[in-house]
Design a protein around this ligand. Structure first.
Ligand SMILES: C[S@@+](CC[C@H](N)C(=O)[O-])C[C@H]1O[C@@H](n2cnc3c(N)ncnc32)[C@H](O)[C@@H]1O
Length: 207
C-alpha cells in the first residue's frame, strides 16, 4: 500500500476508535500510563511545545504551567475529544489537524516536542521523526513514550507474527524499533529509560 493510502487508513482507524479510546485504555491508564506521563512531563520545560498525536488529550493535565502548547493529530474525531478536554481543563491549546509526516510549521518553530504512544501508528515513523527534528530548534528536547518490539528470542518473532492483528484492532504496531528509528531520523539520543521491562521506553532525544 502507498504511504498516502496507509495514512488514510490510519486516520480512518483512529476516527473509528475515538469514541471508545479512553474507555479501552482506562485500566492501563490508571495503573501504568498516568505515572509514566507524569514522569515524562515533569522533565519538560515550559516554552513553545509541540505535542504530536495529541489523541483525546490525555497529556493535557500534565502540561507545564506557563507553556504555550500546539498539539496536532491526524484524526479529526480524536481532536474533537481533545478540544473538549482542553475546554474542561480551562487550557488554551492550539489544536490542529495535521500529519506528522508533513508538518506545515516552519523550521525551528518549537523549543520542545513530545509524543506519547504515537510513533507505533505513524505509517512512516522515520519521516515523522525527521519532520519533528526539522520544526524543533537545534538542541531542543524531544520526549517520546513508546512501546517497542522486545528484541528477545521467541517474544520478538511472536510480536512480529501478531502485529497485523493488533494494527487492525488498535491502530498500533507492536513491533516498532522506535529507539533505532529515532537514531535513523538523525536525532541525538540523550537517554532511554526502560519503564516496563523492555516493552515501554521513555526516550529523551535532541534535535
Ligand atoms: C495510540 S494514540 C495516542 C494518543 C495520545 N498521545 C495518548 O497518549 O493517549 C495515537 C494517536 O496518534 C495519532 N496519529 C497517528 N498517526 C499520525 C500522524 N501521521 N500524524 C499525526 N498524528 C497521528 C492518532 O490519530 C492517535 O490519536
Amino acid at each position: 500500500m502507498s504511504l498516502q493510502n496507509l495514512t488514510i487508513a490510519t486516520r480512518k482507524r483512529y476516527d473509528r476508535i475515538a469514541p471508545l479510546y479512553d474507555l479501552m485504555e482506562a485500566l492501563v491508564e490508571r495503573r501504568r500510563f498516568r505515572a509514566w506521563r507524569e514522569r515524562l512531563w515533569s522533565q519538560v520545560h515550559p516554552g513553545h511545545i509541540l505535542e504530536v498525536g495529541v489523541g483525546t488529550g490525555k497529556n493535557m493535565p500534565y502540561y507545564p504551567k506557563g507553556a504555550q502548547v500546539t498539539a496536532i493529530d491526524l484524526s479529526e474525531r480524536m481532536l474533537e475529544r481533545a478540544r473538549q478536554r482542553a475546554q474542561s481543563l480551562g487550557l488554551d491549546v492550539d489544536l490542529r489537524l495535521m500529519d506528522v509526516q508533513h508538518l506545515t510549521f516552519p523550521d525551528d518553530t518549537f523549543d520542545t516536542a513530545v509524543a506519547t504512544f504515537v510513533f507505533c501508528s505513524v505509517p512512516d515513523p522515520i519521516l515523522g521523526l525527521r519532520e519533528v527534528k526539522r520544526v524543533v530548534k537545534p538542541g531542543g528536547d524531544i520526549w517520546l513514550l513508546e512501546h517497542v518490539r522486545v528484541d528477545k528470542p521467541v517474544i520478538g518473532p511472536l510480536m512480529d507474527l501478531l502485529n497485523p492483528i493488533f494494527v487492525r484492532i488498535t491502530g498500533a504496531n507492536i513491533n516498532r524499533r522506535t529507539v533505532e528509528n529515532v537514531r535513523r531520523a538523525g536525532l541525538e539520543i540523550v537517554s532511554v529509560e526502560n519503564l516496563s521491562d523492555d516493552l515501554v521506553k521513555l526516550i529523551h532525544a535532541r534535535a
